[in-house]
Each structure stands twice: as C-alpha cells, then as structure tokens.
Design a protein around this ligand. Structure first.
Ligand SMILES: Nc1ncnc2c1ncn2[C@@H]1O[C@H](COP(=O)(O)OP(=O)(O)OP(=O)(O)O)[C@@H](O)[C@H]1O
Length: 341
C-alpha cells in the first residue's frame, strides 16, 4: 500500500537516511525501531510530508507522493500523524482539538467528535476540558482521535506512548493497536523500546545509522537477527563462537542444531535465554552457579565450568532453590541462530 523506494536524506554533510526501501501492507502495523539518532523521526516526517527527502520515491495506494518531479503536501496525503507528547493545541478544549480540520456543520462536527471519542474509549464529557485537565494517556487518545478525524489510510505514530508510565503505556498501546485494526487503518509506529516494537508490530524494520538492518515479522527478527547488534537490541541474547557444519553448531554449550543448516565454518551463534533450561544436577557436567542476582520475577545467574573460557550470564525466571555453589546442568531447546556479523 505504501511503498518507499531508495529514500535518502542528508542534513548538511551528514547522511541521516541512506537508501531506505520498505513496503507497508493495508491495515498492517509496521514498527520502525532503532537507537536514538538513527533517523526514525526523520523518516516519519518525510512520509507525512513535513520534510523532503533528497532522492527516492514514495507511493501511497499507487499515487506518487514524492519523487524527483512530485511533492504532494502533507494535508493532501491522507496520512494521520500522532507525534510525541505535547501534540494537543493547549488553547483549545478537547472537543475543539478533535474537531480541528473537520469541515462539516456545527451539528455534524459535534456528532463526529462524540463518535471519535467513543472510538478511542474517551468519556465524551471530557470534550469540555482543557488538555492540561486530562491525563497523559487521555491526551494521547485525543491526539489519536484528532488524527483519525481525517479518515487517514495510514497513521504515523512517533513514540506516542513514551510519556506514559509502564502500565498505562501497555494498555494504551494495546487499545491503539485494536482500534487501528478495527478501523482498517495501516500504521507505522516509531519507537526505541524493543518491547513496544515486538508487541505492536506485524512487521518490524530495525534501523541503525539511517539504514534498515533487518525487516521481518517480530518472531523472525527476534529469533533470527542478522547480526549481534540487532540481536542485543531486541532482547537478552547469549552469543558463542562455534564451529558450524551439517546443521549443527559445536560450541561451549555442546552440540546445538542451527536454523541455517546451509552454513558451515567458524561463526558466532546466538541463543535467547528462554532456550536454556537449567536443572539441579550433581552429575558429571560440573557447571556451578557462581552468582545469583535476584531481581524478583527474573534473576541473573552467573554459571561457571572448567570447560568454558568465560563464565556465562543468564537471565532467567527466579527459582527459590538456587544457591551459589549449586551444581546444575543446562539443556538447550530449539535452534541456535548463526549471526552474519
Ligand atoms: N532538521 C534537522 N537539521 C539537522 N539535523 C537534523 C535535523 N533533524 C534531525 N537531524 C539529525 O538527524 C539525525 C536523526 O535524527 P532523528 O530525530 O530522525 O533520529 P531518531 O532515530 O528519531 O532519534 P530519537 O529516538 O532520539 O528521537 C540526528 O543526528 C539528528 O541530530
């Protein structure tokens, strides 16, 4: 539905976006995730029409929004934009904020505002409040309702939940995802929070230094990251040097099947911590717990073995019976991922 092809952008001498291409399907949820300064906001602003790229092409449902000869301005793109906090006009009441840009009669607009407030689960009585009189989560819903009022086919969300505390953030994120799915609106969410990315997305695009390092489903990008930086960006990971052949990695943890059986040679391989099962074991394996860092639901165990060059740190669900000095055995479930770099 929206296609970006070879989008590049420089600010002065600095390349901020470097030849980015991406396809977003109708009614899908794409998340662009990457560290601070990697170009996420710049890309969203280019899509919205607030910024012009230096080269490339953007099309929406077959219509060219940008190329060397075309620039469709923001208000004609049919794209909604919900920025970070502070999105509401402070001098307008909630209802006026939502109605901003509606072109119907007073009565029609009043009805539409009420409909939109219901859609985003806001009490319609709040329309008479000033933005500063409502909570951060409610303000974000107002911003979303205002963007939905334009009936966009694509919604751009620039870290819209970042000012909310953890519980409200997860609830608002879920409500927004459900709402957009119900309305059949495709969305592109920008975040530097990996949990948010994995939870919201049907497609994740990982961006680093203005380039997409990987685009895929959350499960794919999480379990099959292309490189160490992408692996670590999306969650805890254990990396090992391994000799790979015939579909197996031979490493300090033993012999583990790999997900890319066509590869052979010396590689780094990755496991997610939940792939490792720890059991008390006084047998011959001689792995011992040398430290337990208890943080509630999760603990970080330091595990040592005379056969290993360095101890292994493993974040895992806490167990009461763990003690320093305890002998354990490890079992690996699933496949290790061979990392390209
Ligand atoms: N208008 C501008 N003029 C000059 N440089 C800019 C401009 N806008 C952004 N930049 C630079 O472009 C780079 C990418 O910025 P951008 O805001 O797109 O990153 P981001 O990934 O959204 O970061 P964050 O997660 O911190 O919001 C940064 O180095 C930033 O300083």
């Amino acid at each position: 539905m929206i296609e970006l092809a070879n989008i590049s952008k420089k600010f002065g001498q600095t390349t901020v976006l470097d030849n980015l291409s991406l396809s977003v399907m109708p009614a899908s949820r794409t998340v662009i995730v990457g560290p601070s300064g990697s170009g996420k906001t710049t890309l969203l602003r280019i899509l919205a029409g607030f910024e012009t790229p230096d080269s490339g092409r953007i099309t929406l449902s077959g219509t060219t929004l940008y190329d060397q000869h075309t620039f469709i301005p923001a208000h004609q793109r049919g794209i909604g934009f919900v920025p970070q906090e502070g999105a509401l006009f402070p001098h307008m009441k909630v209802g006026e904020n939502i109605a901003y840009g509606l072109s119907g009669s007073k009565e029609e607009n009043r009805r539409r505002v009420a409909e939109l407030m219901e859609l985003v689960s806001l009490d319609t009585r709040l329309q008479h409040h000033w933005p500063h009189e409502i909570s951060g989560g409610q303000q974000q819903r107002v911003a979303l309702a205002r963007a939905l009022a334009q009936e966009p086919v694509l919604m751009l969300l620039d870290e819209p939940f970042s000012a909310l505390d953890t519980g409200l953030r997860a609830a608002t994120r879920k409500a927004t995802a459900d709402l957009l799915a119900h309305a059949g609106v495709a969305s592109i969410l920008v975040t530097h929070d990996q949990h948010e990315a994995l939870s919201f997305a049907s497609q994740i695009a990982v961006i680093r230094e203005g380039r997409f390092t990987q685009v895929g489903s959350p499960a794919e990008v999480y379990s099959q990251p292309v490189d160490e930086a992408t692996a670590l960006f999306l969650g805890d990971a254990l990396m090992f040097s391994a000799q790979v052949n015939n579909g197996f990695a031979h490493c300090e943890l033993g012999v583990i099947p790999v997900s890319q059986p066509q590869l052979s040679g010396e590689w780094r391989v990755m496991l997610r911590p939940e792939q490792i099962v720890i059991a008390p074991d006084s047998g011959s394996q001689a792995i011992t717990i040398s430290d337990v860092d208890f943080t509630g639901y999760l603990s970080t165990l330091t595990l040592s073995s005379p056969q290993w060059s360095t101890p292994l740190q493993l974040k895992t669900v806490s167990q009461q019976h763990w003690r320093v000095g305890m002998p354990v055995s490890l079992a690996v479930t699933g496949q290790a991922c061979v990392l390209a770099a």
